[in-house]
Write a protein that binds this ligand. Structure first.
Ligand SMILES: [Zn+2]
Length: 306
């Protein structure tokens, strides 16, 4: 969720001047993540995102299940790619309504937009981390609860949003699924620029990452940081090449500086629990997942000996 949206939602243009924010904490300004809570109180809350996902602390939750995706393979959707000065936002303009259900969600949720976070180098860039490890990028698919009529109605409500997060790792080969997006980036280099993109089935973006996931209650990772998000972070990373991630780094932010490092540092878990869904648990299979969130092998061995 981005400032651009919040301005649009609330129509409070003055907020843009009164409360700038960015990703760099420095003595020259108070815009970095450490200072967000000065202007955006919720950013100092106890259920903030992102978090570090610690494999050894995950709890299997039998109430979780696989997601079902409705219309995600549709190409009858019009998407608009926008450089909002903090990220590139790919929003639904018109067409079929994309919906998720299952996945342990309390009701169905409607797709609104997706966007990415990435680093200056491949050493970091993801918002969530796994056992302290960062990935070069992370994509967030933002959905609003079907209980609410608009994103603005849902954005600050408990369980108002469901966000699906997928990590990216770097591959030798280009990920051809991303080509329409990467090509369009060249036309939105400057903040506030946007472009319609041709038919793009969102399922193709995430298909390789669907499967095991973790679940926790958290927040928007940008101001206003509302604690309204049912978070799902998938186990299997998606892929993009070095040249593809460089295209994201070629964008300019709201200050006409390179748009890099647009990720919030991990936040304290506090009293929250992180739950895990594994396909193995659903099928009753006895095999151990070798995914990112699986227990370290030494722990599995120790468990077996008990
Ligand atoms: Zn995000």
């Amino acid at each position: 969720m981005e400032m651009f949206y919040l301005i649009a939602i609330f129509g409070l243009i003055a907020v843009a001047q009164a409360a700038d924010w960015g990703y760099i904490d420095s003595e020259e300004n108070d815009e970095g993540p450490e200072s967000w809570s000065v202007n955006f109180e919720a950013c100092g809350g106890k259920s903030q995102s992102p978090i570090d996902i610690v494999s050894a602390d995950l709890e299997i939750d039998d109430s979780l299940s696989a997601f079902s995706f409705q219309s995600y393979s549709s190409e009858s959707v019009e998407l608009k790619l926008t450089n909002n000065g903090h990220t590139v936002n790919i929003g639904l303009v018109s067409g079929d309504q994309l919906m998720i259900s299952g996945g342990g969600l309390p009701e169905s949720f409607l797709f609104e937009q997706f966007h990415l976070h990435w680093g200056e180098s491949n050493a970091n860039g993801s918002e969530h981390t796994v056992n302290g490890k960062s990935y070069p990028a992370e994509v967030h698919l933002v959905h609003r609860s079907s209980k609410y009529r608009t994103l603005g109605d849902a954005v600050d409500q408990p369980e108002g949003l469901a966000v699906l997060g997928f990590f990216f790792e770097i591959s030798e080969e280009e990920n051809e699924v991303l080509t329409p997006l990467i090509d369009a980036l060249a036309n939105v280099t400057e903040a506030e620029s946007s472009q319609l993109i041709p038919a793009f089935a969102i399922e193709s973006l995430i298909a390789d990452g669907l499967g095991d996931y973790v679940r926790y209650s958290g927040s928007l990772t940008t101001p206003g940081c509302f604690e309204s998000v049912i978070w799902t972070v998938f186990d299997t990373p998606l892929k993009m090449s070095d040249s593809q991630i460089e295209a994201f780094r070629s964008l300019e932010d709201v200050k006409s500086e390179p748009m890099v490092g647009n990720f919030r540092p991990v936040q304290n878990l506090n009293e929250r629990k992180v739950k895990r869904y594994s396909n193995d648990q659903a099928s009753g299979a006895s095999g151990y997942s070798v995914g990112l969130f699986a227990l370290p092998l030494t722990m599995i061995v120790a468990t077996l000996k008990m």
